[in-house]
Design a protein around this ligand. Structure first.
Ligand SMILES: NC(=O)c1ccc[n+]([C@@H]2O[C@H](COP(=O)([O-])OP(=O)(O)OC[C@H]3O[C@@H](n4cnc5c(N)ncnc54)[C@H](O)[C@@H]3O)[C@@H](O)[C@H]2O)c1
Ligand SMILES: N[C@@H](CCO)C(=O)O
Ligand code: NA
Length: 445
């Protein structure tokens, strides 16, 4: 088992040398004096595990540090930084490192959201640190504030913009009136979105982060398959225009909240597009930035904002974890362990409670509004506001061509997802209802 003696260097192994790994290597290799001052001992990068030794790389990474034998590298490290991504071999290598007594720093949200408990148990069994600040919202310090700064408080709710690509896409739709495909193409051209944008656009990346945030915030275990997930594919330029008209912007949100008492409730964890009032701090988050809005019982509202992706920003978070973990190697002991004592049940998607805005095209004649309102009342869904815009006053010229159609915007009070779904089905079956043009959740009001 590798260990460090006081004064001798702490051996750091880097697994993966891509966008983030290269910047982590740069940080360790170009900043040794500062890091030593923070840690209390020098950090020595002892190797960088790569898939292919021949790949052309940034010259900051010395070729003689490269190896394809990741296991042997792990075995001679005090501290392992995993930035290769994916489930395997990252999982096996992290387990190997932890069981061998090395501290691990990872940026791998997908692995944590899928196999977190197994990794945390291995860390606890070995009494070593498993740190992952970079896994949620990149550079933004959010894992540590929730785990440590708020450890004496009760978090009730977390609302996060935790995927930069989709925030960029929605922002372009909002500010330039682009449709979804055009905005995704722009995000791809700028290198935000991958050639296959599924992980971002369909909300998988945000769902992994939501699972991690919920687990931390509520001292419970939430895995990615318990997160209700809906991406932004269904969002149209029309939805964005109507959102603006009603004083909202559309954001892809990761929502985690306790329903009921903070010590005996249930948690709802979900990712979906939502209407956010323009007055809410999250509405101001532009471009590919991330932000996490936390509501805690004692602290009240808190907002954490910054860059959620990119090599240097993400490496900043990784290096912060490296310094903390290295420091604890010297001083002894483990940092905060996995906190899971609450063991809250996770509500199924249909039991989530939120407000909705439903946009309905109806025949513009007497009694129709009353009929729609009656269906909501029958289903126990309480109306907050109703706004009717006759087609002649519609936002788009094409809508203005229609005759005898009114656009109803019904905003509800908080309702169960299942009740809302049943209500929408019943409304759409009404004879004067031409089309339900959109159903969007409303958050942050
Ligand atoms: N890029 C970001 O902005 C960002 C932000 C937050 C978190 N992360 C996370 O950081 C991790 C790395 O992301 P990235 O953007 O640097 O990815 P990347 O694809 O640029 O880099 C990953 C590197 O790991 C290498 N690799 C994969 N499997 C390997 C193996 N078996 N052995 C050796 N090398 C292997 C790949 O060849 C690649 O060079 C991922 O878990 C990602 O989710 C990335
Ligand atoms: N694809 C992610 C990168 C960080 O996980 C994003 O767009 O935010
Ligand atoms: Na972070």
């Amino acid at each position: 088992m590798p260990d460090s003696a006081n004064g001798s260097p702490l051996r750091v192994a880097l697994l993966g040398c891509g966008v983030v790994g290269t910047e982590v290597a740069r940080g360790i290799l170009t900043n040794p004096i500062d890091l030593e001052a923070r840690v209390g001992a020098p950090l020595e990068l002892v190797g960088v595990a790569v898939r292919d030794l021949a790949t052309e790389r940034d010259p900051v990474v010395p070729r003689d540090l490269l190896t394809t034998d990741a296991e042997a590298l792990v075995d001679r490290a005090d501290l392992v930084v995993e930035v290769m991504g994916g489930i395997e071999p990252a999982r096996s290598l992290i387990l190997r490192a932890l069981r061998g007594g090395a501290a691990v720093v990872t940026a791998n949200k997908a692995l944590l959201a899928e196999r977190g408990p197994e990794l945390f148990e291995a860390a606890d069994a070995a009494g070593v640190d498993l740190s992952f600040e970079a896994a949620v919202a990149g550079a933004i310090p959010i894992v540590r504030p929730i785990r440590e700064s708020l450890a004496g408080d009760h978090v009730r709710r977390v609302l996060g913009i935790v995927n930069g690509t989709t925030n960029y896409v929605l922002d372009r739709m909002t500010t330039e009136g682009l449709d979804l495909d055009e905005a995704v193409a722009q995000a791809q051209a700028l290198g935000y979105a991958e050639a296959d944008p599924t992980a971002d656009v369909d909300g998988f990346d945000a769902a992994a982060k939501a699972a991690i945030l919920a687990s931390l915030a509520f001292h419970t275990r939430v895995s990615i398959d318990q997160v209700a997930r809906e991406g932004i594919r269904g969002i149209t330029a029309d939805d964005v225009a109507w959102a603006a008209r009603t004083g909202h912007v559309i954001k892809l949100l990761a929502v985690a909240e306790v329903i009921g008492p903070v010590d005996d409730g249930e948690v709802s964890v979900r990712v979906h597009p939502a209407l956010v009032p323009v007055s809410h701090p999250l509405a101001t988050v532009r471009d590919a930035f991330n932000a996490v809005f936390v509501e805690a019982q004692g602290a009240g509202p808190l907002m954490f904002y910054g860059q959620g992706a990119g090599g240097r920003p993400t490496a900043s978070a990784v290096l912060g974890d490296v310094v903390s973990a290295a420091r604890r190697r010297l001083t002894g002991g483990q940092g905060l362990r996995e906190s899971k004592d609450q063991d809250f049940p996770v509500l199924p998607a249909e039991a989530a409670i939120t407000r909705y805005q439903v946009r309905i095209d109806v025949e513009d004649r007497p009694g129709v509004l009353a009929q729609v309102a009656g269906v909501l009342a029958e289903h126990g869904v309480s109306i907050d506001t109703v706004r009717q815009v006759s087609a002649s006053a519609a936002v788009h010229e094409d809508l203005a061509q229609e005759h005898g159609t009114a656009h109803l915007l019904v905003t509800t009070h908080a309702a169960r997802e299942a009740s809302l779904a049943a209500t929408v089905a019943a409304v759409s079956a009404l004879e004067p209802v031409r089309e339900i043009t959109s159903v969007l959740r409303v958050e942050g009001s």
